[in-house]
Design a protein around this ligand. Structure first.
Ligand code: PDD
Length: 281
């Protein structure tokens, strides 16, 4: 696999980043995951905008322009022959001379930019989308700026492990009695013709897939309600689903052991997935 590191396209075995890189020592970095369908990037512009916002919120320097980023994404997709899969991008505050909590002077330390691809045949025609996924609810123990897409992913990883140990696929996180989001996705339920999902704030990541799916849902005459909701409301819903660049629209068929509807993917979540895939190709 060919990867990109700070201006160079290299075999992955030759790619190097300093052990003093602040992302390695302090999780001082941000990332994006963009999906590839039929060899083409899905919603690159949305991801580039959110990356800029994450960088701004952390006073981090952009490593290059959005046009240059697009070029790098396209080149990696081509070099690696990705038809269906993901492009991972990470920007860090760079390698400071020593471990120090204070940010280094951005004039002296350049950001680190790393990108790689992951081929995922079957991302669109996914077996999981046919059966739906099962989730448990767990406490949301992350920091308070989940709108910034940082590489501090230890708690989400622990959440996925809790799900795995419970024999299910993922976890929805709860704070002050309300669902925030999934470990790496936004969370929704459907009751009647209405989709309910948490409103945007610092409490959740502003999903790029979320923005597109809500737009398509409104165009399809579904009602969209952006508000706090409890896990009990979701358990009593007709359908539920998650969204992310790596899952698109993924039906949820069970929450904390409670089956939704007949326990198979609901018609509206299935339809939203189809619309999303059609519109993204
Ligand atoms: N995760 N919420 C969280 C906490 C996420 O990590 C993600 C994305 C999303 C969905 O955002 P988007 O629709 O822009 O992908 C919501 C990526 C896919 C990941 O960490 O792999």
């Amino acid at each position: 696999r060919t990867v990109y590191v700070n201006g160079e396209y290299l075999p992955e075995t030759e790619a190097k980043v300093s052990i003093f890189d602040r992302a390695f020592l302090m999780a001082d970095g941000v990332y994006e995951v963009t999906s590839v369908l039929d060899g083409k990037l899905v919603d690159f512009e949305g991801h580039a905008k959110r990356l800029q916002r994450s960088l701004d919120e952390l006073d981090m320097r952009a490593p290059c322009t959005p046009d240059e980023l697009l070029e790098i994404h396209r080149k990696l997709v081509e070099l690696n022959g990705i038809e269906e899969g993901l492009v991972y991008l990470q920007v860090t505050r760079g390698a400071a001379p020593d471990r120090d909590f204070v940010f280094p002077d951005p004039e002296e330390v350049a950001p680190t930019l790393v990108l790689f691809t992951q081929s995922k045949p079957g991302l669109a025609d996914s077996p999981a989308a046919r059966t739906g996924i099962r989730v448990i609810s767990i406490e949301d123990a992350r920091w308070a700026r989940r709108d910034i897409k940082t590489v501090q992913l230890l708690y989400p990883s622990m959440g996925k492990m809790m799900a795995k140990k419970a024999g299910v696929d993922d976890a929805w996180m709860i704070e002050d009695g309300y669902v925030t989001e999934g470990t790496s996705n936004n969370a929704y339920f459907i009751k009647g013709n209405r989709i309910v999902t948490r409103a945007l704030s610092n409490d959740i990541l502003h999903g790029i897939t979320r923005a597109a799916v809500l737009r398509f849902a409104r165009e399809a005459q579904m009602e969209v309600e952006e508000r706090n909701f409890t896990i009990d409301e979701a358990k009593a819903a007709d359908e539920a689903f998650i969204t992310s660049a790596s899952t698109f629209v993924m039906p949820v068929v069970e929450i904390d052991g409670v089956a939704l509807g007949d326990g198979t993917p609901g018609p509206q979540a299935r339809r939203l997935r189809e619309i999303y895939l059609d519109e993204s190709r």
